[in-house]
Design a protein around this ligand. Structure first.
Ligand SMILES: O=C1O[C@H](COP(=O)(O)O)[C@@H](O)[C@H](O)[C@H]1O
Length: 244
C-alpha cells in the first residue's frame, strides 16, 4: 500500500496537489478529460484552495476537469455543512468552471430520490462505458468512515454501483454516498489524512484485522491504484514508516 508521509499537514497538501496534477495531465492527454470525485468535510478545504492557487492553477487544463462528490450531506448548498458549498468556495468558483463541469447532488430532493438522480447523472456522464472516475479523493473520520460509508450501516454491504442514501444514526441525519463498488471502479484513489486524532483510525484501517462494519475505509480498493497521504501525526501509530 503506497504511503506518503510528510512532516507537516502543509507538506501533505502539497504532496497530494502534485499527485493530482500528475494524474490529471495523462488522463487529459489520453482521454480528453479528467473526472474526479471530491471528498468533503474539513480536511480537503486547504487542498482545494491550494489547487486553485496560481501555482497549481497554471498546471492543469481545468476546462477538461469534471467534478463529482463522493458524498454529500442532506443540506442546501448554502449550509456550512454542505460538501458542495465548501468545494465551490475553495475550488470551483475560483477556477471559474462551467456548470457542465460540476455534478452536485441535488439536496432539494428527498435523499433516496437524490441518490437515484445522482446515480443516473454519473451513468450518463460515463455512458456507454462503466462509471470509472480517474481519481477519487477520500478522507477518513476518526471512526474510520470514508465518504459517507459509516460503521454499521447497510450501505457497506450494498453490491450496487451508484449513489445511495444512508441514515447515520449517531448524527440522526441522512446523507448521500457513492457505494464502495463504484468508488472501487476508479483508476486511482487517494486518502488525505492529517492530525493526531486520526492516528488510531489510520493504524486500524491499514493494520487491523479486516472488519468492514467497524472500519468501512477498509472497503476501499480501487481497480487502479490507492495512495495514502498522511502527516507524521496521523501516521504516528504505524510501524516503521519513512517520511518523504
Ligand atoms: O463527513 C465527512 O467526513 C469524511 C472525513 O472528513 P474529515 O474532514 O475528517 O477529513 C469526509 O471524507 C467525507 O467526505 C465527509 O462528508
Amino acid at each position: 500500500m503506497p504511503l506518503h508521509i510528510y512532516p507537516t499537514a502543509d507538506d501533505v497538501l502539497h504532496g497530494l496537489a502534485r499527485y493530482f496534477v500528475g494524474q490529471a495531465r495523462p488522463a487529459i492527454a489520453a482521454r480528453g478529460r479528467f473526472s474526479v470525485a471530491l471528498s468533503g468535510g474539513s480536511s480537503p478545504k486547504k487542498l482545494y484552495e491550494l489547487l486553485a492557487s496560481p501555482a497549481y492553477q497554471s498546471q492543469v487544463d481545468w476546462a477538461k476537469v469534471y467534478f463529482f462528490f463522493g458524498d454529500e450531506r442532506n443540506v442546501p448548498p448554502t449550509d456550512p455543512e454542505s460538501n458542495y458549498g465548501m468545494a465551490r468556495a475553495a475550488l470551483l468558483a475560483p477556477l471559474h468552471l462551467a456548470d457542465t463541469q460540476v455534478f452536485a447532488v441535488d439536496t432539494a430532493l428527498p435523499p433516496a430520490e437524490a441518490a437515484r438522480a445522482y446515480t443516473r447523472a454519473i451513468e450518463a456522464f460515463f455512458a456507454p462505458y462503466e462509471a470509472r472516475f480517474d481519481l477519487v479523493l477520500l478522507g477518513l473520520g476518526a471512526d474510520a468512515h470514508t465518504a459517507s460509508l459509516f460503521p454499521h450501516t447497510s450501505v457497506l454491504r450494498d453490491p450496487g454501483v451508484g449513489a445511495r442514501e444512508v441514515f447515520v444514526a449517531e448524527k440522526q441525519v441522512y446523507r448521500i454516498t457513492l457505494t464502495a463498488p463504484l468508488l472501487n471502479q476508479a483508476r486511482a484513489g487517494a486518502f488525505l489524512v492529517y492530525g493526531a486524532d486520526k492516528a488510531a483510525a489510520v493504524q486500524r484501517v491499514l493494520h487491523g484485522p479486516r472488519d468492514i462494519d467497524e472500519l468501512p475505509a477498509q472497503l476501499i480498493a480501487p481497480a487502479g491504484e490507492l495512495q495514502w497521504f498522511l502527516d507524521s501525526a496521523a501516521a504516528s501509530l504505524l510501524p516503521n514508516v519513512e517520511q518523504e
